[in-house]
Design a protein around this ligand. Structure first.
Ligand SMILES: CC(C)[C@H](C(=O)O)[C@@H](O)C(=O)O
Ligand code: SF4
Length: 462
């Protein structure tokens, strides 16, 4: 029987199966951060169980870290405690930590791919829902709860029911100004935030084949926002070129062996999915969200729909919007370009192309937050930092930052923020903050104009 990419990777990792029940899946890489690991370490210590394979675990500090003056002690006591505890736990259990100040520190979903830790055909987990990001490499990657973190610490395995399979195809050529972020916001707006429940999604079709690794990560990152366990894209030459030569990528003979295996992974002709959708690239326009879940998105050229539903009304109330309203020309207060969805070098190159030679609007506070120390270094080396600073943007240090209100970077109550992150829930960026999800391109343009404007009103200046 023809197999899907998902089947091939899953089946290669099954250690044992309960007849008609769950399976024991071997986990190749376990990523951890300061928020969801402390209880798991504590559980292990209470039960006197050692970490089974500490060399398969990699840690970083990202959620609670400040993005200014990272060389100074963290001011917030709770954040400081969590970050310190991560260091202590990693030291006690022999886990490699890229903590604050380390040149490899960054948002877990940015730093692992750029170091070559993420590779095709792997199973990867992290106590973090956006672990789906790593599926961009053709790996099975998904978020787990804290008790599962403990399970993987103790056994390097998880007891799981095999999810169902969905394929989402997008074919054709993308319109000008349409980025990977718009593609995934469009898909979620079309299918809804529960459409993926119980599924693992494979993204296929010419749009994803032509997409960069950064773009594929943006798409897979948001799979969780349609309820899916994860998303994946078949590894191809783009993937191999990205991985090759990175710090922890296989080298020499090992590379050749792995490459031959990775090339065997793509879904075969005739393989079956439990659910399939296809879309035409030509229908996708630059997107913006207007509500309080990532599925509440429209093309910026469109108008807010009217659903009559109570939750819908509540969401619009929170956002200060009305049904039928256009968001074009709506004034904005903050622009945040960052998060594990859009804080990679390509995102900042795109934003810088719009910003170059221009000034941000005085009405806007604009934050550029690189996803990792390495991205921060690259921004500097490529001259992007100068472009942003000359335009009045603030460049911060790497971390989750204003993606969620767990650190000092918060959006004030009532303020509108065009954000390149993945969630626009009530209070996500700070109590009362109003989040509008968009691409780095639209975010950059908004910072210049001080309001939402149809993309292409500013041609890239590069
Ligand atoms: C803090 C963490 C557990 C959480 C997640 O799982 O996604 C966070 O990263 C988020 O984006 O909301
Ligand atoms: S950047 Fe945002 S979505 Fe990503 S891991 Fe951090 S908090 Fe979660």
């Amino acid at each position: 029987m023809s197999k899907t990419l998902f089947d091939k990777v899953w089946d290669a990792h099954v250690v044992d199966s309960v007849p008609n029940g769950p399976q024991i899946l071997y986990i190749d890489k376990h990523l951890i951060h300061e928020v969801t690991s402390p209880q798991a370490f504590a559980e292990l210590e209470q039960r006197g169980i050692p970490l089974y394979r500490p060399q398969q675990v990699v840690a970083t500090a990202d959620h609670n870290v400040p993005t200014l003056n990272q060389h100074l002690p963290i001011k917030d006591a709770l954040s400081r405690k969590q970050v310190d505890l991560l260091s202590k736990n990693c030291e006690n259990h022999g886990v490699t930590l890229y903590g604050l100040g380390h040149p490899y520190q960054g948002i877990v979903h940015v730093m692992a791919p750029e170091l070559g830790i993420t590779q095709p055909g792997m199973t990867m987990v992290c106590g973090d829902s956006h672990t789906s990001t790593h599926g961009a490499f053709g790996s099975i990657a998904f978020g787990i709860g804290t008790s599962q973190v403990a399970m993987v610490f103790a056994s390097q395995c998880l007891l799981l029911n095999k999810p169902k399979k969905m394929r989402i195809k997008v074919d054709g050529d993308l319109n000008q100004g349409v980025t990977p972020k718009d593609v995934i916001l469009y898909i979620i707006a079309q299918l809804g935030t529960n459409s993926g429940t119980g599924y693992f999604v494979e993204y296929a079709g010419s749009v994803f084949e032509q997409m960069s690794m950064e773009g594929r990560m943006t798409v897979c990152n948001m799979s969780i926002e349609m309820g899916a366990r994860g998303g994946m894209i078949a590894p191809d030459q783009t993937t191999f070129d990205y991985v090759q030569g990175r710090e922890f990528a296989p080298k020499g003979e090992e590379w050749e062996k792995k490459l031959a295996y990775w090339k065997s992974l793509p879904t075969e002709e005739g393989a079956e999915f439990d659910q399939e959708y296809s879309f035409d690239a030509a229908d996708i326009e630059p997107m913006i969200t207007y509500g309080t879940n990532p599925g509440m998105g429209i093309p910026l050229s469109g108008t807010i729909p009217d659903s009559g539903d109570q939750n819908f009304e509540k969401a619009l109330n929170y956002m200060g919007f009305n049904p039928g309203q256009s968001l074009v020309d709506h004034p904005i207060d903050y622009v945040f370009i960052g998060s594990c969805t859009n804080s990679r070098i390509e995102d900042f190159r795109q934003a810088a192309a719009v910003v170059k030679g221009r000034q941000k609007s005085p009405a806007i506070t604009a934050w550029i937050v690189p996803g990792s120390q390495q991205v921060a270094k690259q921004i500097k080396e490529e001259g992007l930092q100068d472009i942003f600073e000359a335009a009045g943007f603030a460049i911060r240090q790497s971390g989750c930052s204003a993606c969620l209100g767990m650190n000092e970077d918060k959006i004030p109550s009532g303020a509108y923020c065009v954000s390149t992150s993945n969630r626009n829930f009530e209070g996500r960026q700070g109590q009362g903050a109003r989040t509008l999800l968009a691409s780095p391109l639209l975010a950059a343009q908004t910072a210049i104009e001080g309001k939402l404007t149809v993309i292409n009103s500013l041609e890239p200046a590069l």
